[in-house]
Design a protein around this ligand. Structure first.
Ligand SMILES: [Zn+2]
Length: 448
């Protein structure tokens, strides 16, 4: 089955940043077979491709880019969206008590809802850590999206802990990894919550399991000011120095946030091959700070963008992340020329793929790579004119401009609509599961 996407403005994000306008992408099953301009003496004539393809899609001059990579989120948390956004101690007052009552059915409905939202926004790969992650993996399998998934490990009982003891995620990790390892789109991870919410023994067990099974580790690091203070007091180290000192980076680690990274941290992250999932919207909304991405990139640390959970970052699209990244970093560095749009689109595609160690198969439109593709229409008023297509993606585009999406060659979005699922059904499924949650919210807020 070969699908030809033609008459497109193709941004390959390959090593040479090839751009074809008008250009085409030819998909053969799950793989990109060819990419190129529609005109030119040394290339296949477009008519030959049209004649031999099973399906031909006229992109109408849309921007065609590699699918966006969301490097960090918690898709079970849709129920929390817009709840207590401006509240000072929201974590203690709302999140912890409500999370204690989360059910598998609610997490399943939330996960499907979040994946639908991400696909419609052109996200083809995401990395998630939450509870009931085995159920989330089943939902992701059904949905057709690409995912790295890890059960959150934390030193307190979690809603899915059948034995009601701390570190449940650690106990279920081997079986979870064995179940999903080898799946074509789903990759298991192991996901300790943070260095200050796991004891040393737990972190050491995580490293052992990650190395044994060769799976990545995802962890929140240097996100909280009190986390920084705690490690300074206890060990006179940063959390990154501490993790390095206990051999945590012997596994492949994806660090979320890194807002307060400093000094030697950048060298450690680079030398240990740690990827950074940067969540600028969540970080700035919570007034935690602007992460030192200039220093990270100068130290050649792999950086990608992440939405964080829908209670932290609200929106599950990378357009919002790209734009906020530009605003925050340009203002923070007092330099409008820092981080040009090409760099920002790179972070949202190739950069994210590198962070997740998937850069050998996704993140660019190159023959042999997975056919994970996002098409952004330019017929909407907000999309024109386009003098610079990267700039249009970062500053002009919205998730609602995403017209079509392919994951592993399967078209999951067409005409801005899911091809396999009904948005209405997905939404109703979530609403049906939210009644007990809503009742508890009312109860907690009533006690204020
Ligand atoms: Zn997070």
């Amino acid at each position: 089955m070969r699908t030809l996407i033609r008459n497109a403005w193709v941004l390959t994000m390959d090593d040479q940043m090839h751009e074809y306008h008008p250009g085409y992408v030819l998909l053969n099953e799950d793989i990109i077979e060819a990419v190129g301009p529609e005109e030119g003496p040394t290339l296949l004539h477009i008519q030959d491709l049209i004649d031999t393809a099973d399906t031909v899609i006229d992109a109408n001059d849309a921007l065609v880019v590699p699918g966006f990579v969301n490097t960090h989120t918690h898709i079970g948390m849709i129920p929390f969206r817009s709840l207590g956004d401006d509240m000072k101690d929201r974590l203690r007052k709302l999140l912890f008590p409500l999370e204690a009552d989360m059910t598998e059915d609610l997490v399943r409905a939330s996960a499907q809802y979040a994946m639908a939202e991400m696909l419609l926004a052109g996200i083809t790969t995401f990395a998630d850590m939450y509870y009931f992650e085995d159920a989330i993996a089943e939902e992701a399998d059904q949905m057709g999206i690409r995912a790295l998934l890890g059960e959150t490990i934390i030193g307190q009982p979690t809603p899915d802990a059948s034995d009601n003891t701390p570190y449940f995620g650690l106990k279920m990790a081997p079986a979870f990894i064995e179940r999903w390892q080898g799946h074509v789109r789903i990759q298991p991870m192991i996901a300790p919550h943070a260095p200050n919410t796991n004891d040393r023994a737990s972190l050491e067990s995580v490293t052992k399991i990650a190395i044994k099974y060769n799976v990545p580790v995802m962890i929140h690091v240097s996100e909280m000011d009190y986390e920084m203070a705690e490690f300074k007091d206890k060990y006179n180290q940063t959390p990154i120095e501490y993790l390095d000192s206990i051999g945590f980076f012997e596994a492949k680690v994806i660090a979320a946030h890194g807002i307060h990274a400093k000094g030697q941290d950048f060298t450690i992250l680079h030398d240990q091959g740690v990827g950074l999932a940067h969540c600028v919207v969540a970080n700035t909304k919570a007034a935690k700070g602007v992460a030192p991405i200039k220093e990270m990139l100068a130290a050649d640390v792999a950086v990608g963008l992440g939405t964080d959970g829908p209670s932290s970052g609200n929106r599950l699209d990378l357009f919002t992340q790209m734009r906020t990244f530009a605003y925050a970093q340009k203002t923070y560095n007092h330099d409008r020329s820092i981080f040009p749009a090409t760099t920002i689109v790179n972070l949202a595609t190739r950069g994210g793929a590198k962070v997740l160690s998937l850069d050998h198969k996704i993140g660019q439109l190159t023959p042999g790579y997975q056919a994970d593709i996002t098409m952004i229409e330019r017929k909407s008023l907000n999309m024109n004119p386009i003098f610079d297509p990267y700039s249009a993606i970062v500053y002009s585009a919205e998730a609602s401009n995403v017209e079509a999406v392919w994951v592993a060659g399967q078209q999951l979005v067409a005409n801005k609509t899911l091809t396999r699922f009904s948005e209405e059904t997905i939404s109703q499924r979530l609403q049906a599961q939210m009644a007990p949650f809503n009742a508890k919210v009312a109860e907690i807020l009533g006690q204020e």
